[in-house]
Structure formats: C-alpha cells, structure tokens
Ligand binder design. Structure first.
Ligand code: AKG
Length: 259
C-alpha cells in the first residue's frame, strides 16, 4: 500500500486541524503512487462502473458516459480502493484529527469534466451524514493539478467551531443536493482559503467545515479527486432520517431523469 512522500507529523496536523477545521499535505503521495492510483481508477471505470447501481454513479449528462462526475462506495466494490481507504497513512491521520478510532465509511470519486463540471455548492458534510455527535472527517486527494480554473477546493477557516449547522436548501447540483442558503457573509469571505495544488495534494476537513469549489472553466482539463470519509467510533447514525432523505433524493433524481 502507498506510503507518504512527506514525513507526517500527526501532532502538528491535529493542532492545525483543530484551529482551522482542515489541513493540507503537499503532496501526500509521490508521482509513481499517483500514477498507480490513476491507472487503477481507469480500470475501475472500465470494469466496475458498469456493474454499479445508477444511484451510486452520477454523470453531468447521463447519455454521455465521458461526463462521469461522481461515484460512491468505491471501497465496497473493489479491493484496490478498499485497501486505499484503509491505508495507514490516511487512516491514521483521520484517527489523529478525530481524537478517536476512525471507522471507514465511504470512498468517493469527484470529477468536474472539462468545460461542463458544475460548481460544488458551499456545504457542511455533517448536514448530509445525520450523526450524533457529528464526529467525522473527509480526506480529499487531487488526482491531477487543481486550480481556480478547473475548480479547486475552498474552505472557510474556523467554520467547524460554530454550534449547529448553517441553513441548507436544495442546490439542484447532482451529487451535492444541499447547499448553504446564507453563504457569502463578510466572515465567509474574510476566512475563505483556496487550495490549488499539484497531483497528490491531500486535504482533510472536519464534517462541520464549510467548503465549496468553483465550476470547471477549463475547456480541456478535467478536475478529478478521491474523497475518503471516516466516522468517529462514537458517532451514531440516525438511520431512519438518513434512509428517508436518501429515498426522497433518489426518487426526485429519477423523476428529473438525472440518474
Ligand atoms: O470535490 C469537490 O468539489 C467537493 C468535495 C467535497 O465536498 C467533499 O469531499 O466533501
């Protein structure tokens, strides 16, 4: 399994994470490891995606398979990606910032296809997770260079410290059904930090941290990334609320012909 290209100082990472609600490691993996992950992703797209349920694979245009934009639960369908989300360097980082055992939850794919990749609305992951307490983190690995043109991630520093969630409402963006409805305050603007970076750049954020990404305005470059979700061992899922929300979302997306 991959080893880190940089020395990982877990105590320092935890201090930064507690202060800001996120942390960056540039790069986490070297070029050879990133080439391997990208090759495995191509294999996965060719061999595994055709067997996945349509509720776990989203396209910008569902009639055009080249517009693949998002996948869920990759670690469930494939041994390579199961091993990747369990790999020590990421798993240990998740446990360090959670301050407790990190339970593997979901390995996701986030793409913004060239020219048509939509913006990621400002949101807090915890709003989607239905957890008590809200103890969860997401890691985010750039599979290619990311910048302001193709839609790099932005975090709002310190936003994980507020009590409760910001108000969310339907966003109409497939894969990010809920966005913060009062986003754009002076505090949001003053505390926003953008994360352009090279292939292998790794970010990790708290489930309460407000984050977003722009649309892909490049006509030629995609913006591909993997998301690694871990829940804290103490977090309990409100299964009923989560299942009801998911069922309604799937029904709405089918009715709108989006999946
Ligand atoms: O890749 C993106 O644009 C969004 C990723 C995200 O929201 C997340 O990892 O929680």
């Amino acid at each position: 399994m991959p080893t880190a290209a940089n020395e990982i100082d877990l105590a320092k990472i935890r201090t930064e994470f507690d202060r800001d609600g996120y942390v960056a490691v540039r790069p986490l993996f070297d070029a050879a490891t990133m080439a391997e992950i990208n090759r495995e992703l191509e294999r996965y797209i060719a061999d595994i995606v055709p067997k996945m349920p349509d509720s776990e694979v989203y396209y910008e245009d569902r009639n055009d398979r080249s517009t693949l934009k998002q996948m869920q639960k990759m670690s469930v369908y494939d041994d390579y990606f199961r091993d990747l989300i369990e790999t020590d360097v990421i798993h240990d980082m998740a446990a360090a910032v959670l301050g407790e055992e990190a339970v593997v939850q979901n390995l996701q794919y986030f793409n913004k296809p060239a020219g048509i990749g939509q913006a990621t609305p400002p949101h807090q992951d915890g709003y989607y997770f239905h957890l008590t307490p809200c103890k969860a983190v997401t890691g985010w690995l750039a599979l290619e260079p990311v910048d302001h043109e193709n839609g790099c991630i932005h975090y709002v520093r310190g936003s994980h410290k507020a009590t409760g969630f910001r108000p969310h409402g339907r966003s109409n963006v497939l894969g990010f059904s809920q966005g913060i409805t009062d986003f754009g305050t002076d505090a949001d603007k003053a505390n926003t930090e953008a994360f352009p970076g090279d292939v292998g750049t790794f970010l990790m954020h708290d489930a309460r941290t407000v984050h977003w990404a722009g649309a892909n305005r490049s006509a030629t470059r995609s913006r591909r990334a993997l998301g690694f979700v871990y829940f804290g061992k103490s977090a309990r899922i409100d299964q009923e609320a989560k299942a009801a929300y998911q069922a309604k979302l799937d029904a709405d997306l089918r009715a709108a012909n989006k999946i």
